[in-house]
Design a protein around this ligand. Structure first.
Ligand SMILES: [Zn+2]
Length: 233
């Protein structure tokens, strides 16, 4: 299926954010974004294509199950959920960028705490506003989405939800012993599904990362879109 063609025709050579985002949304199903996250996993090379699809399915189901449990108990407001779970949320105003990486949020589990990097959030929100992308993306403020993402890490870390730990792959063998490991990227995929589900987002959270990637390096963002189009959906 060539869903890319649904994008409004951008003039050839238009590398602007306003041209990129419709193309990202047209090409990027939630599963494709999940496979993009999986591609960064240190153990991804041990997965067959079938294993990869299974892993993504498992992670999306884990995020969905957690979202259903949480919304039934505590509603859909990430700040309210954090309060119910007694996880303090710190809002840092310091720029949080290292090289090509922009940090939006962090979770630490000892003691449980979430840091929201408001400078990064404000910059993404400004891009949405200045490029008139709110109607297309269905979101004006990316802050709640990042907070929800980190709440998932808390739920999984505290085993308040079954999470993605059940999915394990064999990484080695020594005589009768088999070494198995989980895939760290699966909790990232689950956390994005969780955030999207509790907030009712129409755009997958990972699609919104293209805003920031484009601002940092537009050619890289367009290259990533090309890669996204080759992934299973
Ligand atoms: Zn995460």
């Amino acid at each position: 299926m060539s869903s890319e063609h649904a994008a409004p025709a951008a003039s050839e050579g238009d590398r602007s954010l306003a041209a990129l985002m419709p193309a990202v949304l047209a090409a990027g199903t939630e599963r494709r974004f999940a496979h993009l996250t999986l591609a960064d996993d240190p153990f991804v090379h041990r997965l067959t294509p079938d294993n990869a699809r299974e892993a993504v399915g498992c992670a999306l189901a884990a995020g969905q199950a957690a979202a259903e449990m949480v919304t039934a108990k505590w509603g859909r407001d990430p700040e309210g959920i954090a309060a119910c779970l007694k996880v303090p949320v710190t809002k840092s105003e310091q720029p949080a960028q290292t090289g090509r990486a922009v940090l939006f949020s962090e979770y630490g589990n000892r003691p449980p705490t979430i840091i929201l990097h408001m400078h990064s959030v404000a910059e993404a929100n400004r891009l949405i506003h200045d490029h008139h992308l709110e109607a297309m993306l269905g979101v004006a403020d990316v802050g709640p989405m990042h907070l929800a993402h980190e709440l998932y890490h808390h739920l999984e870390g505290r085993q308040l939800t079954p999470g993605t730990a059940g999915f394990r792959i064999q990484t080695g063998r020594l005589g009768p012993f088999r070494f198995r490991t989980g895939l760290p990227s699966l909790s990232e995929i689950a956390a994005d599904r969780f955030g999207g589900a509790i907030l009712g987002l129409t755009t997958p959270p990972k699609a919104l990362s293209f805003l920031t990637i484009h601002a940092l390096n537009s050619e890289y963002a367009w290259g990533l879109l090309q890669r996204l189009r080759t992934l299973p959906d």
